[in-house]
Design a protein. Sequence first.
Length: 183
Amino acid sequence: MSAISSSFSNKFLHSAREFKNIHSITGTAVLMALDLVLSMFVSIQITQTLKLGLAFLAVSLMGMLYGPVMAGIGAGITDVLSAVIHPTGPFFPGFTLTALLGGMIYGCLLYEEKISVKRLIGCKLLINVFLNLLLNSLWLKLLYGSAFFAMLPMRAFKNLALLPLEVLLMYLLLPRFKSIKKA
């Protein structure tokens, strides 16, 4: 158990050190810009509580390349920038927390790790179930007064139905960018 916690804390330490590397900072900034573009122009708002998009690819790249600290902070800042630049509703800090946690999860599971289907499925299941489905549904309930349990079936269907496609896209994309770190 201590080996797992040591490895986990090492990821946070290594990721925090990425702030000293100008290449990591600029790489994170580019991925933050990509996240903004993907969330603004390559997403579909189906209902007030349901959105489809590809911005998760930029955040997963941040996590894989720069770790949980950089990816969490980058995703959180990007959420705030998105609310300022292209608001789709009122700003709510809960969604910023969700974005930050999503970046951290990608970083914890993908940073300095071999990319495998099993790892990607675990990563997307954690994010889709705990963050997208449960936590974001809670934020929507608090923000709009939506009935929490009434919106769960459609949101659960969306998150589980898209899981294989999201994993496939990550599996095809992430390994191609792993070598950026070495350049």
